[in-house]
Each structure stands twice: as C-alpha cells, then as structure tokens.
Write a protein that binds this ligand. Structure first.
Ligand SMILES: *[C@@H]1O[C@H](CO)[C@@H](O)[C@H](O)[C@H]1NC(C)=O
Ligand SMILES: *[C@@H]1O[C@H](CO)[C@@H](O)[C@H](O)[C@H]1NC(C)=O
Ligand SMILES: *[C@@H]1O[C@H](CO)[C@@H](O)[C@H](O)[C@H]1NC(C)=O
Ligand SMILES: *[C@@H]1O[C@H](CO)[C@@H](O)[C@H](O)[C@H]1NC(C)=O
Ligand SMILES: *[C@@H]1O[C@H](CO)[C@@H](O)[C@H](O)[C@H]1NC(C)=O
Ligand SMILES: *[C@@H]1O[C@H](CO)[C@@H](O)[C@H](O)[C@H]1NC(C)=O
Ligand SMILES: *[C@@H]1O[C@H](CO)[C@@H](O)[C@H](O)[C@H]1NC(C)=O
Length: 271
C-alpha cells in the first residue's frame, strides 16, 4: 500500500567514511535489488517477499554493517550470504526461519531473531562459539523448548539477552555462568519455576525481568547484589518475602512484585 521506497544519502562530515542507506519496504521485492550501490552500509528490505538469501548474496556490499530484513517469508539463509561484508547488526524478526541461521559473519554483534514460532531448539554452546563477538541477542516470542548452555566453560560476550515468551521451563545449572558481560536479561513468560545464582553466577546483571513465570520463592540473587538495579517478579507464585532476600541487593532501585501470592511480608527497609 504505502509505497515506502526511497534512497537516502547521509554524508558524515567527521570522517572519510560515508554512510549509504538503501531502503525499500514496498512489499513487492522478492530478490535483492540489483540497483543497490555496492558501498551501501545499511540495507533495509523489511516487509517484502524474499524467501531466501543465497550464497554470497551480500558479498559485493563490502561496507555493509546492517541488514534489516524482518517481515519477509525467509526460509533459508546460506552460510556464505554475508561473507566479505562487515555485518554488525542483523535484524530478522518475524520471518519463517525455523532455526537461528549459521552464518560466516565473524563481525556480527547484534542479532534480532524475535517472532519465530518455528524455532524450538537453540544450542547456545554452538551459537556463542560461532558468533564470538555477539553482544545483543533477541529470541523472544519463539517456541524455544530445548536448549544447550555453555555451563561455566567458555567466555561469552553477550550483554543484552531477551528470551521472553518461550517454553524453556527449566535452565541447566551454570547455564549463563560464563556470560560475564551479561547486564540485561529478559526471561518473562518462559515457564520457569526456579531461578537464582546457579544460572547467572559471575554475570553483572543490572536489569533482570522474570515476570509471568511460576516462581514460588523469591530468587537468590546475592551474586548480582552489587550491580542489580531493576528486578521484575510480577505475576509469579511467590508466597513470602523476607528481609534477608534483600540483604545483598545493595544497588536495587526498582522491584515489581505485583500479582503474586504473598501472605507473609517481613518489614522491609527502604533502600
Ligand atoms: C522498490 O522496489 C519496487 C519493486 O521492485 C520498485 O518498483 C521500486 O522502484 C523500488 N524503489 C526504489 C526506490 O528502488
Ligand atoms: C556511494 O555510491 C554512490 C552511488 O554510486 C555515490 O553517489 C556515493 O558518493 C558513494 N558514497 C560513498 C561514501 O562512497
Ligand atoms: C557482484 O559483483 C560482480 C562484479 O561486479 C558481479 O558479476 C556479480 O553479479 C555481483 N553479485 C551479485 C550477487 O550481485
Ligand atoms: C525483543 O523483541 C521484542 C519484540 O519485538 C521487543 O518487544 C523487545 O523490546 C526486544 N528486546 C530488546 C532487549 O530489545
Ligand atoms: C518442542 O516443541 C515442539 C513443537 O511444539 C515439539 O514437537 C517438541 O516435541 C518439543 N520438544 C520438547 C523437548 O519439549
Ligand atoms: C556449572 O556451575 C554450576 C553452579 O556452580 C554447577 O552446578 C554445574 O555443575 C557446573 N557445570 C559444569 C558443566 O561444570
Ligand atoms: C559463584 O561463584 C563463586 C566465585 O566464583 C563461587 O564461590 C560460588 O560457589 C558460585 N556459586 C554458584 C551458585 O555457582
């Protein structure tokens, strides 16, 4: 309908590096347009009808930093699709993919994969080795019910991780222990009945969102007591909150406990 199709050039006065942005969200594109200048740094093909990206499909775009290809009926992306690019940010929300693609893209730092009901399995051991510089990962609104975790072993660089609305139910011990840079963790509506330091020891969490799970106890978060500022626990099954639960949470500024089953609330000091 809205023929959103334009070509923009942004000049950066500060350096010799220019930015070239190509955007065409016309809803009619089924292959990568041949008229995109090879110096494009950002290509936006959101809301089109592309079903696959073949071998080295973007390799001529040697300056490419960002691809937005959400809302395309993508079913496959070749391992070599981004070879020779500088791809840093890949936005692939709401496609038809049934797994997180394996790509030769060592520069990738941001991966947006939310909205994939076909994705049920994620091997985070494999993923974090493949994308060893990843800082941001969004796999919310998928159907993830089978996971494999690094468990204390490798150094993981992810800082911002969104797993909201999946079917995890449990995490394995030590799951994210080695994610030392992890600061923002979103685990809302994932079916979890327990949570605590045995999954996130050694992280630096600032925000932890655990609302809409099945937690029956206030989680032990002593390991992130020096960094945690925002804790979301709304809509769980927590029955009691004790003063000791907060003793180590010295940086906490916001706590949401609404819609739980709290029948015992110790006098809690304001922090
Ligand atoms: C966007 O793609 C459509 C379909 O290929 C094409 O008709 C239109 O001219 C394109 N717009 C631009 C600015 O390239
Ligand atoms: C990119 O290519 C376009 C079209 O060929 C050109 O007009 C533009 O100056 C180039 N930009 C940079 C930064 O090289
Ligand atoms: C890449 O560039 C080469 C040389 O200009 C050209 O032959 C080839 O068709 C291009 N590949 C794609 C996928 O556009
Ligand atoms: C992940 O994607 C969902 C759905 O688009 C969005 O609401 C959420 O804010 C994203 N998470 C992060 C950390 O950006
Ligand atoms: C995960 O979900 C899929 C699709 O609903 C189902 O076929 C599969 O058996 C489930 N696997 C596990 C481990 O629960
Ligand atoms: C990782 O650490 C957790 C908690 O300290 C422990 O329970 C688990 O057994 C460890 N896993 C491995 C594979 O060492
Ligand atoms: C967390 O890490 C500390 C220090 O590395 C260790 O002493 C402690 O046993 C660990 N706790 C858990 C629950 O893994």
């Amino acid at each position: 309908m809205a023929q959103l199709a334009l070509l923009l050039i942004f000049g950066f006065s500060s350096s010799c590096n220019g930015y070239f942005v190509y955007l065409n969200r016309s809803g009619t594109i089924s292959e990568i347009p041949s008229n995109i200048p090879t110096n494009a740094t950002k290509i936006d093909l959101r809301n089109n009808i592309i079903s696959s990206f073949g071998p080295r499909a973007f390799s001529n775009f040697t300056s490419l930093l960002m691809l937005e290809a959400s809302e395309n009926p993508l079913v496959s992306i070749d391992y070599t699709t981004f070879e020779d690019t500088k791809i840093d940010n890949l936005i692939l929300a709401y496609t038809q993919l049934t797994q997180i693609p394996d790509l030769n893209a060592p520069s990738l730092r941001h991966l947006h994969m939310q909205g994939h009901p076909g994705i049920t399995h994620v091997d985070f051991v494999h993923l974090t080795l493949l994308y060893s510089r990843l800082r941001f990962l969004n796999v919310s609104i998928c159907s993830i019910n089978y996971t494999r975790w690094p468990e204390n072993t490798t150094e993981v660089t992810i800082k911002n991780f969104d797993l909201t609305r999946n079917d995890l139910n449990t995490l394995s011990n030590g799951a994210m222990n080695s994610w030392r840079r992890l600061s923002f963790l979103y685990l809302e509506e994932t079916g979890l009945s327990t949570f605590g330091c045995s999954y996130i020891n050694d992280t630096e969490l600032i925000i932890l969102k655990l609302s809409r799970n099945h937690l029956t106890e206030f989680p032990d978060l002593q390991c992130v007591g020096q960094t945690l500022e925002i804790l979301g626990l709304a809509r769980n099954l927590i029955t009691a909150v004790a003063k000791e639960d907060f003793r180590d949470l010295v940086t906490l500024v916001s706590l949401d406990l609404k819609a739980n089953r709290i029948s015992r609330l110790d006098e809690i000091y304001y922090m």
